[in-house]
Design a binder for this molecule. Structure first.
Ligand SMILES: O=C(O)CCC(=O)C(=O)O
Ligand SMILES: [Fe+2]
Length: 321
């Protein structure tokens, strides 16, 4: 394994007041930092990693029992290598899509990207582990958001009392097979994340790259920490003051890489106007990776998210309508 140096800041988020200053600096600079003091017990990521490896090593026909087309509008289940086109060409990864587990009679169950998860019968432990992990990471992300709120001089519970009182929660487990030597493709093409913030768990293989103002840098795994990055909705809320930064993945480790991106996003039904006094003044003159502007967008967060997801899974687009 290459021992890449950790250059992004490491921020303990246990106390939002102490975290606020470092979070402000990181969100202005790269929009990426490592999070400790998150409260997630270490055995949970470890057990989830083991169960996920059991799933990805199943034969294709077993995995197909929960393929995404069976998830319909809820957009859940398994997709094979090459099915997702994050930046217009097929990603070198397969994965599982999860979200908040909703009963069929839940008022939000019929919305796009909402509903019941699909779990494999062949790996029964995956279901309780995924549901526990989603709960633990939701609490961790809400904790980070308290620090983010204080970094913007807002009350610590600003998000929990508003945009994330009923958050949009998406969780994915990705498997990146080893890239053949010289393969020019990407595990995940260059993109920004869509919502408020992402907490990324990754195994020890590395491969995540972040586009800083000074160029591309590695964001290698740091034991016990999650990589946190802010998404388009925080860029939008802050009128471009905070950065939703492009990143990408290439697995050159020669081994199977697993990653566990968890997304805590605004309420699907809410609009996300700029915060008071944070009108869109500074997009930094940057040209975005997708030529879209989170600052110019009108509509609900659900509209924004659904349009993005339909772009990256063209063959499943019909499921959303
Ligand atoms: O797999 C990774 O390390 C990053 C995944 C990612 O950027 C995403 O899912 O948005
Ligand atoms: Fe991402």
């Amino acid at each position: 394994m290459t021992a890449d140096p950790v250059t992004l800041p490491v921020i303990d988020v246990a106390d939002p007041e102490r975290a606020a200053g470092p979070i402000a600096a990181a969100c202005r600079d790269t929009g990426f930092f490592y999070v400790t003091g998150h409260g997630v017990p270490p055995r949970l990521p470890a057990e989830l990693d083991a169960a996920s490896r059991r799933f990805f090593s199943l034969p294709h026909q077993d995995k197909r029992e929960i393929e995404m087309v069976r998830g319909g509008r809820a957009w859940r289940g398994w997709f094979p290598v090459g099915a997702e086109l994050t930046a217009g060409s097929p990603d070198r990864k397969e994965g599982l899509y999860f979200g908040t587990e909703l009963a069929p009679d839940h008022p939000r169950a019929g919305l796009p990207l909402h509903g019941a998860n699909l779990f494999p019968v062949q790996v029964p432990e995956l279901r309780p582990l995924v549901l526990s992990y989603v709960d633990a990471l939701t609490a961790a992300a809400q904790r980070v958001l308290r620090g983010v709120a204080r970094s913007l001089d807002l009350p610590a519970d600003y998000f929990a009392a508003g945009y994330t009182a009923v958050p949009t929660v998406l969780f994915r487990i990705f498997h990146y097979p080893p890239a053949p030597p010289g393969d020019p493709g990407w595990g995940v093409g260059e993109h920004t994340d869509y919502g408020l913030l992402t907490l990324l768990g990754q195994d020890d293989n590395g491969g995540l790259q972040v586009h800083t103002p000074g160029g591309w840098i590695d964001a290698p795994p740091l034991p016990g920490a999650f990589v946190c990055n802010i998404g388009d909705m925080l860029e939008r809320l802050t009128g471009g003051w905070y950065r939703s930064t492009p990143h990408r993945v290439r697995n050159t480790s020669g081994r199977d890489r697993l990653s566990f991106p968890f997304f805590l996003d605004p309420d699907f039904l809410s609009r996300v106007p700029p915060l008071p006094d944070r009108a869109a003044t500074d997009a930094g003159g940057r040209r975005r990776w997708d030529d879209a502007s989170p600052l110019a967008f009108t509509g609900t967060y659900g509209d924004y998210l659904t349009a993005k997801v339909a772009r990256v899974f063209p063959q499943l687009r019909a499921n959303l309508t």
